[in-house]
Design a protein around this ligand. Structure first.
Ligand code: FES
Ligand SMILES: [Fe+2]
Length: 449
């Protein structure tokens, strides 16, 4: 008998509308972009000082007086929550004679005031200079109330604290469009940072962003993926937005139609998922293409009983890879229960070094405080502020999968320095790299801030 019950309509989730393809440039991606100090200085003057950057997570500063510091190039930015609940960002510089006001990565104001360690000047949580020693001895007048910290634009989105060193910048919402509105359904503001790793490597920051702007490397760097996702470019969608951001939609939950491997390899690769979702893949042994939709349906059926709220996701979001690169230096790789956050930051004075951050953000199911994160293959706890691990590339793990990417970057950077590097020779599916460099050039052509 045919089942005539009305089937619930799956939520719309993120729009999969294809963005119009932009016209791309043809300026060679020369090696000196990756190692020239002169090029790095231009990036600083024209790009880093103009773009919105992330200082940390808003839940690091839950109470008035809580602060974090963020490093970018030679700058240290101080972000503090005021008694009015607003988070403000300042250059971390005492306005007396320039001593760095705060040295800790995060902390809480003692007595509600910052006090400079050098001559004791005190500022409140809005950056106002409240007190100086021997105030009558300043011929130019008492600096209190006027010689305040230098404030810069600060905003929050998705539980991140953002800052911008350009006082005339566009709003964060305009800057992040249309990525922010697409990603809002993931409720990143409710996610907890459960992994926080910084790896220091001998490569330029753009090596990292180039890597996350293409998936051509998957069968070679991540050979395990071919059995469980459709990594071939014909199965993926790439969208390049005129704000400089990109996305890649890659089907998951099973291999693509070009997969010629064994079903057992697919089953092994997805074993954890199948076990968690009490899903028997055997009926699909000769129809691996059918796995993806069946797994989506299973997750839809069991999601609520396992504490998940999938109501804002489309079916595709339950299995597929929604990978966003946010200009200039971020990637968000979205999962139904979390996000891999990746960031490449330039070294203050050596273009051949980079700080690479991997944060994993976990969306805990309702009522759950301890959780096994499939993406990280690790148990995580909701009430634990995660420790920041820092180490050299190779000595520190950035998590399964990402370590495979990291392992390539030192050798690629060396090759980019060689006289034998004859600039890029990009595949069509690598056009997000071209677009990324076009956008860098767009910034470099602007006046310095
Ligand atoms: S430099 Fe800060 S009080 Fe003198
Ligand atoms: Fe990769």
């Amino acid at each position: 008998m045919t089942d005539v019950r009305p089937q619930p309509t799956p939520p719309a989730g993120i729009s999969r509308e294809k963005a119009p393809e932009p016209e791309l440039g043809d300026t060679p991606i020369t090696g000196d972009r990756y190692y020239s100090a002169e090029f790095a200085a231009r990036e600083w003057d024209h790009l880093w000082t103009r773009v919105w950057l992330i200082a940390g997570r808003a839940d690091q500063v839950p109470e008035p007086g809580d602060y974090i510091t963020a490093q970018i190039g030679n700058e240290s930015i101080l972000c503090v929550r005021g008694t009015d609940q607003r988070v403000r960002a300042f250059y971390n510089v005492c306005q007396h004679r320039g001593n760095q006001l705060v040295t800790a990565e995060r902390g809480s104001l003692a007595g509600g005031q910052f006090q400079c360690a050098y001559h004791g000047w005190r500022y409140d949580d809005t950056g106002s200079l409240l007190w100086v020693a021997v105030e009558e001895d300043f011929p130019q007048g008492n600096p209190c109330g006027s010689r305040n910290l230098v404030e810069i634009p600060c905003d929050s989105w998705a539980g991140f604290v953002w800052f911008n060193m350009d006082p005339t910048c566009d709003s964060l919402a305009d800057y992040l469009s249309p990525v922010a509105e697409q990603l809002d359904c993931y409720r990143m503001g409710n996610m907890k940072r459960t992994h926080w790793v910084t790896a220091e490597g001998d490569f330029n920051w753009k090596v990292v962003q180039d890597n996350f702007n293409e998936s051509y490397h998957l069968p070679y760097v991540h050979p395990q993926t071919v059995a469980s996702m459709n990594e071939h470019y014909t199965g993926c969608q790439f969208d390049l937005y005129d704000t400089g951001h990109c996305r890649m939609l890659m089907p998951g939950g099973g291999p693509g139609p070009l997969y010629r491997g064994r079903a057992d390899r697919t089953f092994k690769s997805l074993a954890q998922d199948f076990e968690f979702w009490e899903f028997d893949p055997e009926p699909f042994r000769d129809d691996l293409q059918g796995l993806r939709v069946a797994l989506q349906q299973r997750k839809r059926e069991l999601g609520a009983s396992k504490g998940y709220d999938f109501s804002s996701y489309s079916d595709e979001q339950l299995t597929d890879h929604y990978h966003y690169t946010v200009f200039p230096n971020l990637s968000f790789s979205m999962k139904p229960d979390g996000c891999i956050f990746l960031r490449a930051s330039p070294h203050p004075d050596d273009p051949e070094k980079c700080q690479f951050d991997m944060w994993y953000l976990t969306l805990f199911p309702e009522g759950v405080s301890e959780y096994y994160s499939n993406s990280m293959r690790d148990w995580v706890a909701i009430d634990h502020q995660v420790e920041h691990e820092v180490g050299k590339v190779g000595d520190i793990s950035c998590g399964p999968g990402i370590d495979q990417d990291v392992a390539i970057w030192n050798t690629q950077h060396k090759g980019l320095r060689s006289r034998g590097y004859r600039n890029e020779y990009l595949a069509g599916q690598e056009r997000r790299i071209r677009f990324f460099h076009d956008n860098i050039d767009r910034y470099l052509a602007m006046d310095p801030t």
